[in-house]
Write a protein that binds this ligand. Structure first.
Ligand code: R5P
Length: 305
């Protein structure tokens, strides 16, 4: 029997896209909050003996993680043969270091929580920086899907003579891969973060690139201060307005409006988090990885890389 996919609230479009791409069935359930804020989960499609896949992007993770935990736990209680998670955006990966005394590496604690509730997971471009591989912190097989091919395809179709720009060293893994696919040059800026909304960038000499259109590529846009600061430097150096591409559009508060108002050519993101800027559909690539996991063909090699 085919796997049953269940969409956590806000993930209906991605779950439908996965079912369409992979030929799976969308399960019927009730998932809502009681008036007191507790979660209510009721599977309406029978799941005993079935492979159950919960689709849940983990932006706003503190609000979503407990409902996800309860949904996975109820699926197991009702006899699901396996419970897998599709997490297009995987939260807490930036907290990969004890930056100040008294803090913890919360990426590890969150990984322990998720590992305990599922048999495997699939995600898109987790923020792997000081933690090199998901299997360093996840105790279950974790398959990583890359957004770089979709980003490269969008740039190839929309931007002539691009200059790929990584706003900080952590973005080099994405920007280098996209640049290699396109055969385009790339540069990487140096970022120092003083606070949540306070970043300083150092920029190399850009005089040689004035005939190119800059395309900023980063994994996450949260406050958008990184992209806003990078855009200002590029404009000050005499380049045209940059395109801003991000894999995961978190856009806290007014961040999206602030970025659009910062003189950029446009903002383009993947649909790992549903947002007005989504132009790059990750359902197909995620479905390919999910299909391999469900077939059991690559559980042994699903190391998360
Ligand atoms: C951090 O290293 C990430 O790669 C992004 O650059 C960062 O999360 C962007 O954050 P913000 O949009 O708040 O500047």
């Amino acid at each position: 029997m085919t796997a049953l996919l269940f969409a956590m609230p806000g993930n209906e479009a991605m779950a439908a896209g996965l079912c369409s791409a992979g030929g799976w069935t969308l399960g019927d359930w009730e998932i809502r909050r009681f008036p007191d804020g507790e979660s209510h989960v009721r599977f309406l499609t029978p799941i005993a003996g079935r492979a159950v896949v919960l689709v849940c992007s983990l932006d706003d993770p503190d609000r979503k993680a407990l409902a996800l935990y309860l949904a996975a736990s109820v699926a197991r209680e009702l006899g699901a043969r396996q419970v897998g998670l599709v997490l297009p955006y995987l939260a807490y990966m930036r907290q990969d270091c004890r930056f100040h005394d008294g803090e913890g590496v919360t990426a590890r604690h969150f990984a322990r929580l998720l590992s305990g509730m599922c048999d495997w997971l699939v995600t898109v471009d987790p923020h792997l920086h000081r933690i090199g591989h998901l299997d360093d912190i996840y105790a279950v097989p974790a398959r990583v899907v890359a957004a770089a091919p979709g980003i490269a395809a969008w740039i190839a179709a929309h931007v002539a003579l691009p200059l790929l720009v990584g706003p900080d060293e952590e973005s080099e893994q994405w920007v280098a891969g996209v640049a290699a696919t396109l055969g385009s040059p790339y540069i990487v800026l140096q970022k120092t973060r003083q606070g949540d909304r306070d970043v300083t960038l150092r920029v190399p000499d850009l005089a040689a690139w004035r005939d190119r259109t800059p395309v900023l590529v980063d994994d996450i846009a949260s406050t958008a201060r990184t992209m806003i600061a990078a855009s200002a430097h590029l404009r000050a150096a005499g380049l045209t307005a940059p395109w801003c591409l991000a894999v995961h559009p978190l856009f806290a508060g007014d961040a999206y409006a602030d970025l659009l108002g910062a003189g950029v050519a446009g903002v383009v993101t993947s649909n790992t988090v549903a947002h007005a800027s989504n132009r790059i559909d990750m359902a197909g690539p995620i479905a390919a990885a999910l299909g391999a996991l469900l077939a059991g063909s690559d559980l042994a090699s699903a190391t998360g890389g």
